[in-house]
Write a protein that binds this ligand. Structure first.
Ligand code: COA
Ligand code: AMP
Length: 648
């Protein structure tokens, strides 16, 4: 199952560094922690006796905002760009130096304090990719408030669920986000979400963007500029609060196997140590260099690699409000790299597929000077070897695929460029990063040998940076991740490890699908489909898509007696998913069938349905109730324009 190496072996420092992290984690991570400024040194690097599986840097006192902003100004980086905001969708750009950033964050922290936000309070940030969103995250970190950023592509109901779970004292938002095709008015979505939620925030502070002016409600709503100005005029700059290393920095919600998202908790000290290590060891990017993660602050990649890791390192980070194509063309990424002298780019394979589709020969690449770019990093979904090879050839730099999850906060496996690039194997996400003891297990939880498929699990304890728990759901944390394989964290990814220790991540073992690098739950979509009054039962599968990797495809069985035209109901179902989950679900295929294929015990055969939809060879499950039901799925797909494949 292995793929041949495409570059010459060079073991570099990886084997020794990785071995040290496993043999003596306290010495390894204690050493890495020296890159962070502590108010009080940790009492212990790791204490196995506290938390669910132990906690990192117990007793340490520190502040993330101090490490990401203040200390760089004190060290003479005040005039260096901290954030370069580049927004082709508005035709604007702005450079924020570290001194500017410090001033902004101090003021905003004062504004939050004026609104009654204290250490440990939650603040929901529902904002587009603008500098104020980053200021808001850092201002929370400064005063010890726990932020929870919600991605703009989610619908009001998803925002409401997060508001009810996090119970924010304040919501920070903007009048709109800007998609190439439309202006997305945030305020009506926020108002609807708050009307749906049981929890009511004390205040909503709304940044008015020139593209759209939101209506503010008397009492609860505040104008951002006015509120900020009042705090600034009162000289309310706030210094960094001393935080425990194990205190939560943020909650980031991610899709679980039900419609209710999981609130992944990130701690303070361990996260800083892991991110700072990764900038040297994995990304090989140094203070003063320009790092660009073309993601969104609503996702974990955005939290870790647009905001925290580059700023903790004293880099310049790019905040890009645009798309890889269409803003204005498939050369947008190359323009940004040239203009700002980007050293490393981190993006999702889907973005490259979009570029490759529009500019297959990479002609636009030749218009730009990309000499500063050293490495391209990919993550978020499986990187198809064609795209990896295309990018490597056209850009002439190593393309490093690396694997991680919202839960881990940084790469579980990758190719540690800073320790010496290892041979690249197409299709592999590289080798485990320090502290991750990754194993492939069979169904009984026993490790399997090299090149054998299984469930990928990480032996506890997880390294610094990874989630210690789910927000106020300790039992769900144990149940979802720790219960199935005692002593391990279950990643819910399936794959294998080859004889050289390289990991190959092949897909999820649960109902999560990955649409254009966005993680979504088919179970959550099924809940929406099932709520339609004409739907008796349903199944949603992730169907292969050339551009987005996967797209959701919903099959519905209508209630008996429903006489309305199926295509009318299908249109309503598509609108319902957009309305309840959001446009980001990219749910555009709904197919009515007479029945769903099931086993004799009534289990829907989603796996086989997916194989049929993906034109993969499939075998008739021995336990199937009626084999003809699978042929009906194939026919329904064919009738909707997706070709039919017969059983192998
Ligand atoms: N706010 C509001 N709506 C948003 C949004 C946001 N922040 N982001 C996406 N949407 C909307 C899009 O406008 C689109 O709406 P539509 O149905 O009206 O067209 C819908 O959600 C689906 O978006 P997407 O899946 O992103 O498709 P797209 O056609 O707009 O763009 C790509 C395709 C490949 C260019 C884009 O998905 C992309 O750049 N992906 C990279 C993802 C990434 O970086 N992920 C982070 C993991 S590292
Ligand atoms: P998220 O939590 O949104 O980052 O999504 C995490 C999931 O995305 C993982 O569990 C994987 O299924 C998938 N994923 C992330 N990175 C990769 C990668 N490099 N290769 C394959 N799958 C990936």
């Amino acid at each position: 199952m292995t793929t041949p190496s495409t570059t010459k072996p060079s073991p570099g420092r990886y084997p020794e560094i990785y071995a040290r992290s496993i043999d003596d984690p306290a010495a390894f991570w204690g050493g890495a922690a020296r890159a962070i400024d502590w108010i009080a040194q940790p009492r212990e690097v790791f204490d196995p006796a506290i938390g669910t599986y132990g906690r990192w840097f117990v007793g340490g006192i520190c502040n993330v905002c101090y490490n990401a902003v203040d200390r760089h100004v004190s060290a003479g980086r005040g005039t260096q760009a901290a954030i370069i905001y580049d927004s082709p969708v508005t035709g604007t750009s702005r450079t924020v130096t570290y001194s500017d950033l410090l001033a902004e964050v101090r003021t905003l922290a004062g504004m939050l304090r004026d609104l009654g936000v204290e250490k440990g309070d939650r603040v929901v940030i529902y904002m587009p990719m603008i500098p104020e969103a980053v200021f808001a995250m850092l201002a929370c970190a400064r005063i010890g408030a726990i932020h929870s950023v919600v991605f703009g592509g989610f619908a009001a109901a998803e925002l409401a669920t997060r508001i009810d779970d996090a119970k924010p004292k304040v919501v920070l938002s903007a009048s709109c986000g800007i998609e190439p095709s439309r202006v997305v008015a945030y305020k009506p979505l926020l108002d609807l979400a708050i009307s749906m939620a049981e929890h009511q925030p004390d205040a909503c502070v709304i940044l008015q963007r020139p593209q759209f002016t939101a209506e503010l409600k008397q009492g609860r709503d505040r104008d951002w500029a006015e509120t900020r100005a009042a705090s600034a005029a009162a000289g309310r700059g706030v210094d960094c609060a001393p935080m425990g290393a194990t205190d939560p920095l943020y909650i980031l919600y991610t899709s679980g196997t039900t419609g209710k998202p999981k609130g992944v908790v990130r701690d303070t000290g361990g996260y800083m140590v892991a991110l700072r290590w990764s900038m040297d060891g994995l990304y090989d990017v140094k203070p003063g260099e320009v790092f660009w993660s073309a993601s969104d602050i609503g996702w974990v990649v955005g939290h870790s690699y647009i905001v925290y890791a580059p700023l903790l390192t004293g880099c310049t980070t790019i905040l890009y409000e645009g798309k890889p194509v269409g803003t204005p063309d498939a050369g947008a990424f190359w323009r940004v790299i040239e203009q700002y002298k980007v050293s490393a780019l981190f993006t999702a394979p889907t973005a490259l597929r979009a570029i490759k589709k529009e500019d297959p020969d990479g002609l636009l690449i030749r218009n730009y000077d990309l000499s500063t770019l050293r490495t391209l990093f990919l993550a978020g979904e499986r990187a198809d070897p064609d795209t990896v090879i295309w990018a490597g050839e056209k850009l002439g730099v190593p393309v490093v695929d690396h694997w991680w999850q919202t839960e881990t906060g940084w790469g579980i496996a990758g190719n540690p460029v800073g320790l010496g690039l290892l041979p690249v194997k197409a299709g592999s996400t590289g080798v485990p990063m320090p502290g991750y003891r990754v194993e492939t297990l069979d169904e009984a939880g026993h490790p399997v040998g090299p090149n054998k498929m299984g469930s990928i699990a990480i032996r506890l304890p997880l390294p610094p940076g990874c989630l210690p728990t789910l927000w106020q759901q300790k039992e769900r944390f144990v149940e979802s991740y720790l219960a199935e394989f005692p002593g391990y964290y279950k990643t819910a990814d399936a794959g294998f490890c080859d004889e050289d220790g390289y990991l190959f991540i092949m897909g999820r073992t649960d109902d999560i699908i990955n649409v254009a690098g966005h993680r979504l739950s088919t179970g959550g979509m099924e809940e929406v489909l099932a709520s339609h009054p004409d739907v008796a039962e349903c199944a949603v599968i992730g169907m292969h898509d050339e551009l987005k990797g996967e797209v959701p495809c919903g099959f519905v069985v209508l209630k008996s007696g429903v006489s309305r035209a199926p295509n009318e109901i299908e249109r309503e179902i598509i609108a319902l998913v957009r309305d309840r989950i959001g446009p980001v679900a990219a749910f555009r295929i709904a197919i009515t069938v007479a029945r769903l294929p099931k086993t004799r015990s009534g289990k829907i055969l989603r796996g086989t349905m997916k194989k049929i939809a993906d034109h993969q060879p499939w075998t008739m499950p021995a336990t199937i109730d009626d084999p003809a039901a699978l042929d009906e799925i194939a026919s329904a797909l064919a009738a909707h324009g997706f070709a039919k494949v017969s059983a192998a």
